[in-house]
Design a protein around this ligand. Structure first.
Ligand code: ADP
Ligand code: MG
Length: 321
């Protein structure tokens, strides 16, 4: 493989696309930050989406827009970007916050000592927005006690700092807010990355738009034949669920296959193989959205790549208590 080949892949990997829902969330975060800077009002936001919809990338892009500054007397951290650890406890969560704030000994002290220290350092570092990724981990332990505890801790921490907060997580993060009334009131504003930015669910056209904008970064053109562009859009939507991560993986794999085979364009045959390679090994024949015999239904049943998350299961299990 030649250098331009690797360059093309690198360029493609690094390309950020401001697709509508991503842009809407980014703009809302910016507007919350501006509102806080201008008035001191703290507005909070929940950004949710299935895995691969771009939550972590959005957080990184936003935090990168307001980077940490190292001054002689202190560090300035305008946006504090923290990933909530798996099986979050209050101690684990506050330790992650302290580590991000540059505390040399995040484990030192009781939970209330740690929390007080985190508040003090955050104020000292001029934090203006708290951004918590993997927010579903706050409730992943599932049992009501820990759920209330971490949720309550978050509320107390927010009250002490009075800063705008952005929570990012899987759709089931909404059930975390549901059980904690005070958090629910603070996060009335919610945006989904699986929609079009104006709240509509993504459609075939949106998937096609995402795909063609990303494909334009690659040096080979796309060939929809024997389908029309419109039909390709439908098939793309079924094959990626409109999630940017899958769109990217599918395109890279199809591009590599096309170059391998010396093709001048990326065609349906490469997309068919790419789906099986990078999205679903069992996705062949009628279960491959690019195959002529595709069944034209969402691949969200048990064992399929877009199996629906367990938000209903979580809500259900709480009701049964
Ligand atoms: N706006 C975007 N433009 C281009 N690629 C993106 C964008 N958002 C996410 N990606 C790509 O999709 C993949 C998954 O994104 P990630 O942010 O980790 O999703 P999530 O946190 O929702 O699971 C990453 O490889 C990233 O490069
Ligand atoms: Mg993520």
């Amino acid at each position: 493989m030649t250098l331009p080949f690797y360059d093309a892949i690198k360029q493609f990997q690094d390309a950020y696309l401001m697709f509508p829902a991503f842009q809407a969330a980014f703009e809302q975060m910016e507007s919350n930050l501006k509102l806080y800077r201008a008035t001191g009002m703290a507005q909070s936001l929940l950004v949710f989406g299935e895995s691969g919809t771009g939550k972590t990338s959005l957080g990184e892009l936003f935090a990168g827009r307001y980077p940490k500054e190292v001054l002689i007397e202190r560090d300035l951290i305008p946006v504090l970007h923290v990933s909530i650890p798996a099986a979050a406890t209050i101690a684990g969560t506050v330790e992650s916050v302290l580590a991000r704030l540059g505390d040399p000994e995040p484990e030192r002290g009781t939970v209330s000592v740690k929390t007080a220290r985190a508040v003090k350092i955050a104020k000292g570092c001029g934090v203006e927005m708290l951004l918590f990724d993997e927010a579903q981990h706050i409730q992943d332990r599932g049992h009501s006690k820990s759920q209330y505890f971490v949720g309550d801790w978050l509320k107390t921490f927010m009250d002490a700092l009075k800063l705008p907060v952005t929570l990012m997580g899987l759709p089931r993060t909404q059930s975390l807010l549901q059980v904690n009334e005070q958090l629910r009131r603070r996060f009335t504003h919610r945006l989904s990355l699986s929609t079009t930015g104006d709240g509509r669910e993504t459609t075939n056209d949106d998937s096609l738009a995402l795909f063609t904008s990303l494909a334009s970064v690659l040096p080979l053109p796309l060939d929809p034949r024997p389908y029309t562009w419109q039909e390709l859009g439908v098939r793309l939507h079924f094959s990626t669920d409109g999630r940017i991560a899958y769109v990217k993986q599918l395109l890279i794999s199809a591009y590599v296959k096309a170059v391998d085979q010396g093709c001048a364009r990326i065609s349906i045959s490469e997309l068919t193989d790419a789906f099986t390679t990078v999205i679903w090994p069992s996705g062949v024949g009628s279960l491959n959205p690019f195959h002529k015999d595709f069944v034209f239904r969402s691949l969200d049943r048990s064992g399929e790549p877009f199996q629906i998350g367990d938000i209903h299961a979580v809500v259900q299990s709480r009701r049964m208590k």
